[in-house]
Write a protein that binds this ligand. Structure first.
Ligand SMILES: [Cu+2]
Length: 169
């Protein structure tokens, strides 16, 4: 009885092992698929018009995560700036000042809002000041390497928002 039981357990163990390996393969291919399907979409992007001689500008808009996984935004760029940074406005005593963010996590189906006076994209070392009517390509690059780009129209910022910006640099 005992040896028979023992012999029986061996093949069933092997089947179990094979199933585990298969499950591993399936879950591995699933995680690869979800990385490749990080779905980021821009909405309502715009870039602030700047006077001649300006070396910085800012970009705003909404970045929507349409995937079922958290997406980490790690880099931003534009086709008019030598560099771009993600900034956040924070209260520092009675003052408001900007800090640079190295990354932002966007939860599944959540939208990251980039707006004046809050989180925004700072365009640094710009080749030529953006003029109303122009379009600037804005790109968001995730930690996994996914790129989401959009052609953002250049617009004039209203006076209330201008004050916030002037306090920045
Ligand atoms: Cu800034």
């Amino acid at each position: 009885m005992t040896p028979a039981k023992f012999r029986q357990s061996f093949p069933s163990h092997r089947i179990c092992h094979a199933l585990t390996a298969l499950a591993c393969l399936i879950s591995a291919s699933f995680s690869l698929t979800s990385d490749a399907e990080e779905l980021l979409h821009w909405k309502d992007t715009w870039v602030r018009s700047m006077p001649p001689g300006a070396q910085v500008s800012a970009a705003y808009g909404m970045l929507m995560n349409h995937s079922d996984t958290t997406v980490t935004l790690s880099t931003v760029s534009s086709d008019i700036s030598g560099a771009a940074e993600i900034h956040e406005v924070i209260a520092d005593g009675g003052q408001r000042r900007m800090v640079r963010l190295t990354s932002i996590d966007i939860a599944p189906h959540e939208t990251l809002v980039l707006e004046s006076g809050s989180r925004h994209i700072m365009l640094l070392d710009i080749a030529a000041p953006p003029v109303e009517g122009d379009f600037v390509e804005i790109c968001a690059i995730t930690a996994a390497g996914t790129r989401a780009c959009d052609q953002a129209p250049v617009k004039r910022q209203n006076t209330a928002q201008q004050d916030t910006y002037t306090n920045h640099h």
